[in-house]
Design a binder for this molecule. Structure first.
Ligand code: ADP
Ligand code: MG
Length: 671
């Protein structure tokens, strides 16, 4: 099978043929040109055909001259060979062209013979007649006629053939015209195809460029794809891990659920138990409350049995630089149960120089014995002292007014007992900070039983019957304006000091800050008036309020801690200069207020109808802490020095009087 040719090649073939055809007309004899040629020439033209006809024998019939001519066209006569017959031209056209071409290049020229020459013309299909003698003109004429006739026939035949050729030529021309048209069409087509090809090339170029660009772009996505694949692998790994985790979690969940159901059952039983316990707790709370109330009652009874007015004697140690008293000057005899008993007695020996014996020998010292609720010898520590009064602090929380005094001459240790020693050493902390710490801690414990406590502190000094605020701040600091003691309201039992600060406190630090402020205020005052602090009474008061919201119970009571002014008497032998006169006035004021305090205690003890509270600012301010239900404790501070024996005796006598007092039966201030 012949391979299928591309349309382009086919077109090219056509074009080549057309080119050959285009050249051909220039070589074609003009129509009718053969008529101009002589009979010889025609004979010459005819001759080869004859020869060929003869060579081919009878197979070539005269009725198909054109077919004969076509088949006998030599391919080797320098003619341009037609490589392929175009389909459109057809075999007839090719034959015509072949004939024309053949006629164009005749064989070797034969010189024309002049008529009448002896050369006899070839006779076709006849035997050459024998040469007639010259004289046989007739015979010659006859021959000539015969030849003429033959020629005529041949002419006629040639004319016919000529006509045929003309027809063929016309046909060929028409075909050529058609071919030219076709060629143009094909050329146009070619041009179009070329344009298309160019366009295709361009498109191909563009596509190649795009391919390159896409390939370039592909490199990035490839990297990305690799990365994504890697990531996918990682994610798959992670997923596997998570699935494993999930499984583990599910397993745990199941275990947890099992545990939970177990726990729920346990919870249910625990709830039952809790309900039972809550019931029990409520009963116990009820019982506890009953016990607490019972405790308060018994505590109070105990305090009453101990005495609502108690006196403790405290002897300070001999300070460095002071002369040691003679042995036996102060004695602390043991109690009935021996030395294990806390001391309650004190003996002071005084040698009266004025009393001499007749022999002139010094008289034996007079021994003065005193008995108090408790006696603290010089070595007693602050915490031992506080332990004895902590029960009273508890009473204050239970709703009983409590008042603690420190009485004694200047330098006997009153301030040391109430506020503490210098330097802020916790070992030497006084009663005020210890009492407040104890209050805060007990209030905290009682909050578990439903009690809520609040504390409000005030700190004033009474100097020369004037009241000043020791908690004054700002411009009033150290120069606190005069304060007045007033009733909180008409018909109210409660007293309040005008212009004084009442500061709510809830912790030790706040109390420390207040004591520090009071010390500062005293220090400023001291520079203004010499040693005023020892010439004035310092009154620290704490209003305690408790509430049991659940039971609608309330209690309120003041706790007063008083550092009294020096109880020493003015030496009557001293010359009265201007300074001494002032000092005398101070002393008189102090003595007056201290004796009023004694009188008030006596009146209360004797249950007198009139209690002279108003006789001094001190008793007036403290009246709510001294009356009926109040509990009072007086520290009598004694100097261990022999030189202070007179003042010590005075103090001890005053304290003994107080100690003999029994003030009513205390009633808790319940509302
Ligand atoms: P008052 O207030 O009665 O005037 P102070 O409390 O100021 O007396 O005491 C006078 C001095 O004695 C102070 O230096 C104080 O530190 C010291 N003092 C008082 N009592 C004691 C004691 N129990 N232990 C040690 N030193 C004390
Ligand atoms: Mg003092």
């Amino acid at each position: 099978m012949e391979p299928q040719r591309s349309p382009l090649l086919e077109v090219k073939g056509n074009i080549e043929l057309k080119r050959a055809l285009a050249k051909a007309p220039s070589r074609l004899p003009l129509p009718g040109s053969r008529l101009k040629r002589g009979p010889d020439q025609m004979e010459e033209d005819l001759e080869p055909e004859k020869k060929r006809t003869r060579g081919l024998g009878t197979k070539v019939a005269t009725s198909h001259p054109r077919a004969t001519a076509l088949t006998t066209v030599p391919q080797t006569q320098g003619q341009t060979a037609v490589p392929k017959v175009p389909r459109k031209t057809g075999p007839r056209c090719s034959a015509a062209i072949a004939t024309v071409l053949k006629n164009q290049k005749p064989g070797p020229a034969v010189p024309a013979q002049k008529p009448g020459t002896t050369a006899a013309p070839p006779v076709v299909g006849r035997k050459k007649p024998s040469k007639r003698p010259a004289w046989d003109l007739k015979g010659q004429l006859c021959d000539l006629n015969a030849e003429l006739k033959c020629c005529r026939e041949r002419t006629q035949m040639l004319d016919q053939e000529n006509q045929q050729l003309r027809n063929q030529l016309r046909e060929a021309q028409q075909q050529a015209t058609a071919l030219v048209t076709e060629r143009r069409t094909l050329e146009e087509e070619l041009a179009r195809m070329r344009a298309q090809a160019e366009q295709g090339q361009q498109e191909l170029g563009n596509l190649s460029a795009r391919v390159v660009a896409l390939e370039e772009r592909m490199t990035i996505p490839e990297g990305l794809v690799q990365e994504l694949q890697k990531e996918q692998l990682e994610l798959q790994e992670e997923r596997r891990g998570l699935a494993a985790q999930l499984e583990e979690q599910e397993r745990r969940l199941q275990a947890s659920e099992a545990a939970l159901s177990g726990s729920q059952a346990e919870v249910a039983s625990l709830r039952q138990e809790a309900a039972a316990q809550a019931d029990l707790l409520a009963k116990r709370e009820e019982r506890l409350h009953g016990l607490e109330m019972e405790r308060r009652r018994l505590h109070n009874q105990l305090q009453e049995l101990k005495g609502n007015v108690r006196v403790f004697c405290r002897v300070r140690p001999v300070l460095p630089g002071e002369s040691t008293p003679p042995p036996g000057f102060l004695l602390f005899p043991s109690g009935p149960s021996g030395p294990s008993d806390p001391p309650t007695r004190l003996s002071l020996s005084r040698s009266d120089e004025r009393r001499g014996t007749l022999s002139g020998a010094p008289a034996a010292p007079t021994r003065h014995d005193f008995s108090f609720d408790r006696v603290f010898p010089p070595g007693s520590r602050q915490d031992e002292v506080f332990e004895e009064i902590s029960m009273l602090v508890q009473s204050a929380l239970d709703g009983y007014p409590v008042c603690i005094f420190a009485y004694g001459q200047t330098g006997s240790g009153k301030t040391f007992t109430m506020e503490g020693g210098p330097g802020g050493d916790p070992q030497v902390e006084g009663l005020i900070p210890r009492a407040l710490r104890h209050l805060f801690s007990v209030a905290q414990e009682l909050s578990g039983q439903g009690w809520t406590y609040s504390f409000v502190a005030s700190y004033v000094e009474i100097y020369n019957e004037t009241v000043r605020d020791l908690l004054a701040t700002g411009t009033r600091k150290g120069h606190g304006g005069e304060c007045e003691i007033r009733r909180a309201g008409p018909g109210s039992e409660e007293l309040t000091v005008t212009n004084a600060r009442y500061v709510p406190v809830s912790c030790e630090r706040e109390v420390e800050a207040l004591l520090h402020l009071a010390r500062q205020n005293r220090a400023v005052a001291r520079t203004a008036q010499n040693e005023r602090s020892s010439r004035s009474h310092s009154v620290f008061q704490l209003q305690i309020s408790g509430e049991h919201a659940g039971r609608g119970l309330q209690c309120a009571a003041p706790l007063s801690l008083v550092d009294l002014a020096g109880s020493e008497r003015l030496d009557p032998g001293l010359a009265l200069g201007p300074g001494e006169r002032e000092r005398l006035r101070e002393t008189q004021a102090i003595n007056s207020s201290l004796s009023t305090l004694g009188l008030v205690i006596m009146a209360l003890s004797n249950k007198e109808s009139h209690v002279p509270y108003r006789n001094s600012k001190l008793t007036y301010l403290l009246q709510n802490s001294l009356g009926g239900s109040a509990k009072m404790l007086m520290f009598v501070n004694i100097s261990p020095l022999e030189e202070n024996v007179s003042e010590s005796l005075n103090s001890l006598r005053f304290a003994s009087k107080v100690n003999q007092c029994v003030i009513g039966t205390a009633q808790a201030n319940r509302k």
